[in-house]
Design a binder for this molecule. Structure first.
Ligand code: DHB
Ligand code: FE
Length: 284
């Protein structure tokens, strides 16, 4: 049977991708940011996940104002790397796991979560930057990916509680997939940042750190946090954090924190990273 063995959270920032691709990770500005991801690269080398259910948001690369799915699932065998204005990032193409993706789509839709099925989609920094942070610069990505794209760009995004419940439904779906697969679920985007308007550049370290604490130990309250609190406290793009609740919901009520990293700044963004395991996961 497939099983969810870990939940991983990380921010995404296009400049992080550019720093990797242009060989700047050793520069003073970037060193402390990347140092916080050494631990997870070793963890991944040990854990060897087969598939990642990668919850992320598209930034007008695959979708635009014509089509705005609240929740979409990629069911393709492969995803092209999007050109976000400077040419596609020089990273390997992202391989899908079509069988697992279709199984999750079927289970979730019959479980009353109406995911939009996507058979062709380019993936942008929202997906590829977390891949680079978790796996470095391999010639081919060591995992297959089931992308779950969430609308957090155009109001209204889904509620935290809806995200949590979708996470639970994804976990039920994964656990009913007959193949023996080591599956991780990632929640990406955030933490505090605002790219626009008079408050552009907003960072709220205290609020971010409290969010990290609550996500691990007291997620119940986060399920019901209204959108306005994300916007007020974490800036307009801080709403990306609502996606982390899909990951957290998939782990069940109790989770164990294995690793945490928090760093400011990366471009305009506060970067947060957590590695969680579901309580009760058996250690070899
Ligand atoms: C930045 C952050 C984002 O989440 C994003 O999607 C684009 C840019 C930034 O900090 O520059
Ligand atoms: Fe973003």
């Amino acid at each position: 049977m497939a099983r969810i063995t870990a939940g991983i959270a990380t921010s995404h920032v296009p400049a992080i991708g550019a720093a990797i691709d242009l060989g700047k990770t050793g520069e003073e500005y970037w060193k402390p940011l990347f140092a916080g991801y050494d631990w997870v690269k070793q963890y991944q080398a040990r854990e060897k996940p087969d598939v990642v259910v990668l919850v992320y948001n598209d930034h007008a690369s695959a979708f635009d104002m014509k089509i705005i799915p609240t929740f979409a699932i990629g069911c393709a065998d492969e995803y092209a790397v999007a050109d976000e204005g400077w040419g596609p990032r020089p990273v390997p193409p992202v391989k899908g796991h079509a069988d697992l993706a279709w199984h999750i789509a079927q289970c979730c839709i019959l479980d009353e979560f109406d995911l939009t099925i996507i058979n062709e989609m380019a993936v942008d920094h929202g997906l590829t930057v977390p891949m680079s942070l978790m796996f470095g610069e391999p010639r081919a990505w060591p995992v297959k990916v089931v992308p779950i794209a969430v609308n957090v760009v155009t109001y209204p995004p889904p509620t935290g509680n809806r995200c949590w419940l979708l996470g639970e439904a994804i976990a039920r779906a994964v656990e009913s997939f007959p193949e023996d697969l080591n599956v991780q679920i990632w929640g990406t985007g955030g933490m505090s940042h605002q790219l626009q308007g008079p408050r552009a550049g907003l960072i709220n370290k205290d609020w971010d750190r409290a969010f990290l604490d609550r996500l691990t130990g007291d997620p119940e309250a986060l399920r019901h946090m209204p959108h306005i609190e994300y916007l007020r406290e974490a800036g307009s793009e801080g709403i990306e954090l609502v996606m982390w609740l899909i990951m957290r919901g998939a782990l069940g009520p109790r989770a164990r924190e294995l690793h945490r990293h928090y760093h400011v700044p990366a471009s305009n963004t506060a970067v947060g990273h957590l590695v969680l395991e579901p309580a009760g996961k058996e250690k070899p």
